[in-house]
Design a protein around this ligand. Structure first.
Ligand SMILES: NC(=O)c1ccc[n+]([C@@H]2O[C@H](COP(=O)([O-])OP(=O)(O)OC[C@H]3O[C@@H](n4cnc5c(N)ncnc54)[C@H](O)[C@@H]3O)[C@@H](O)[C@H]2O)c1
Length: 350
């Protein structure tokens, strides 16, 4: 069956180039426009993917006729204004994580999507890995029983953007990552958002009520100063989150630490426990531990960009990583920053 052609624009050529690559693999998708302040780079990718339009001002891209969807992959503080402009122009949005640097911006984005009736998806791409799609389906299907505990750690040893990544690379090249105004936070907003989100999704998205957190910047102040880079965000964040249903979760993430690198998520329920790396389900069988490797059924496999396009084509299809859930994550990130600043447990702000 012929599917309607879906016309896509991409803003940002750093992580945005990953979006372009995935879109180029989706049948019936045409990348029609690329926007970046760096015009030569935008033109390079426009040529690579056959886009006919190149812009340096996102408002010109949003004014284009016939755009179905847009990917927004720019510094965090720009997610909100660009998303609002695109939704106002009647364009569906796939926005990078974290959804916003400020809670009120995340609320405004969700409200705008509801008002305009357009799709707002957030690029929580760790949900779209095969193993995550399989593990994420277990709690909603009741297979874990009552979920009461989550633990997620993403510990990196030497991964401070700008300091440990080359300016010409794909990842962590922008000094904005280290600037609180532009990034909203450091390791917390960059990788903490993934670590928390994936665990919370595996837990079945319980409602958070309180957070007790600490954040640290201990190791690379001097190197940032020597490079003349503003550095006022966390290198490491840790948080205990309490949920309305009595469940509790612990998350810690770092860009820098004297530690072996680590990335894992564990969730415990009364019927089974799960682990991300390697993807495993644990059950008790007559007192013995049964470990089952998780296999994802073929129909569940999908890239974030394929899913976004599917949801544009079918307005009734349920988003795997909707703006409404990303807003709940921003509430926790906001509470983590407030708790760390206050040095005590804080309530989640609605
Ligand atoms: N989902 C993931 O796994 C993942 C991975 C990396 C980055 N990201 C997210 O992607 C976003 C971009 O990160 P990045 O690593 O690509 O950063 P980057 O600094 O490498 O690239 C950002 C790009 O945005 C452009 N830009 C800045 N202001 C602009 C404006 N006003 N108009 C148009 N273009 C503008 C810059 O010129 C640059 O090319 C961030 O929100 C980041 O958190 C997500």
């Amino acid at each position: 069956m012929d599917q309607k052609e879906v016309r896509i624009g991409v803003i940002g050529t750093g992580m945005g180039r990953v979006h372009m690559q995935f879109y180029s693999e989706v049948p019936g998708v045409k990348i029609v426009a690329i926007c970046d302040l760096n015009e030569p780079e935008a033109r390079f990718f426009a040529d690579k993917y056959g886009a006919t339009k190149v812009f340096t001002d996102y408002r010109d891209l949003c004014a284009m006729e016939g755009l179905d969807g847009i990917s927004i992959a720019v510094p965090n503080y720009l997610h909100a204004p660009m998303t609002l402009a695109a939704l106002d122009a009647g364009i569906n949005v796939l926005c990078e994580k974290p959804m916003a640097t400020k809670l009120e911006d995340a609320h405004a984005m969700v409200e705008k999507a509801q008002k305009t009736g357009k799709r707002l998806m957030v690029h929580m791409n760790s949900r779209y890995r095969d193993s995550s799609l399989a593990l994420g389906a277990l709690a909603p299907a009741g297979q874990l029983g009552q979920v009461y505990y989550g633990r997620s750690s993403m510990i990196r040893r030497r991964s401070v953007p700008t300091i440990h990544f080359p300016p010409t690379g794909i990842m962590g090249r922008g000094p904005w990552f280290l600037d609180r105004e532009e990034a909203g936070g450091g390791a917390l907003m960059d990788i903490g958002v993934h670590a928390y989100d994936l665990m919370w999704w595996f837990m079945g998205c319980p409602k958070p009520v309180a957070v007790s957190a600490s954040t640290f910047r201990m190791l690379y102040n001097d190197e940032a100063a020597a490079k003349g880079v503003k550095f006022d965000v966390d290198e490491l964040a840790s948080a205990l989150v309490r949920y309305e249903n009595g469940a509790t979760a612990f998350v810690d993430v770092s860009w820098a630490a004297h530690s072996e690198p680590e990335w894992n998520v564990r969730v415990l329920g009364t019927e089974a426990g799960i682990m991300l790396n390697p993807p495993t389900v644990f059950r008790d069988r007559g007192g013995l531990l049964e470990s089952t490797k998780v296999e994802v059924p073929e129909p569940l496999r999908v890239s974030a960009q394929q899913h976004f396009v599917d949801c544009i084509r079918d307005p009734n299809k349920t988003l795997i990583s909707p703006g409404t859930q990303a807003l709940e994550v921003v509430k926790v990130l906001d509470a983590i920053r407030r708790s760390a600043a206050a040095g005590k447990e804080v309530a989640i702000a609605e």
